[in-house]
Design a protein around this ligand. Sequence first.
Ligand SMILES: [Cu+2]
Length: 345
Amino acid sequence: MRKVFQQRSVTRALTCIALLRVSGCRGKQNVLDVAGPQAEGVAHLWTGFLIVMSIIWVLVAIATARAAFKCTTQKLIEPPLPHNPSQNKFLTWVVGSLVGVTTIILFAFLFGEFFVARSASAMSQDVNALNIKIIGHQWWWEVQYMDAVASNIVMTANEIHIPTDRTIQLQLDSADVIHSFWAPNFEGKKDLVPGHPTLMWFKASRPGSFRGQCAEFCGMQHAHMRFVILTEEPSKFEQWLADQRKSAPDPKTDEQKRGQHVFMTTTCIMCHSIQGTDAGGLVGPNLTHVASRTMIAAGSRPNTVGHLAGWIMDPQKIKPGVLMPQHTLTPQDLRALLEYLETLK
Ligand SMILES: [Cu+2]
């Protein structure tokens, strides 16, 4: 009987661990899978907390077990303790020094946290920083690569390309409600408060793809407000940026031309921009290079023709409440529209 019980507990524990692995504790959205110096500081702090807290927990557990054990071995009703001044003095001394140790540990952590946070803000002095504006929308991320020359500004959504080993300065703002930008592999969270732009800095130390998430409840589709940070070698990044600066190519085939016509004559143009065309809507993501992105709708679906078709016809089914309406297009129009969107690399 006891053996069966033990086996069950082990199975349950393993199931829990497995569930944690497949949910948030796996993959690339991980505070401990550091990809930059700021995250490294946070991870060191975390490890320090874990070690010290574990030692304290073990000591407290031992003391509690000892007291409980003593209680069962001794007679439960003891005569009142005789007054013993020297023992009282000893106990006062023990309790006093433990309070002192606790205070020292708390202050050590406080200073640790202070220095970790300061090392990030020290990067604000870097004149070579790459300046990116992030604007939170219900429920997607607008990304603008700032440039002194207005025509060089690049607008994209949900996928943030950055070069390795360069200071990244994010300017965070919101178009509607409070969101929170959280890319745990690089830095802690920062809120996006409408009308109150804030700054954050970090560096990436290695190439890779890292997930991020809105971390402040912002409405119905808050859980589907993801983004991805793609860190690249500087030369590869510069190439990407140069490609993104280009206007959308003109449609070549008749089908593509029909697709562009559908885009310009239905609702799309009211909410979406395509650089180099008449479409200048600012409600939804900029679609100039939509085909170069790996996911659509803030990480909700892979960017394939099938998912794109499903999204355009019925975005409400994928993200109920989203600010894009359903569309009734003829199959021919839809096919042409998709053909056109696929050229926007
Ligand atoms: Cu949110």
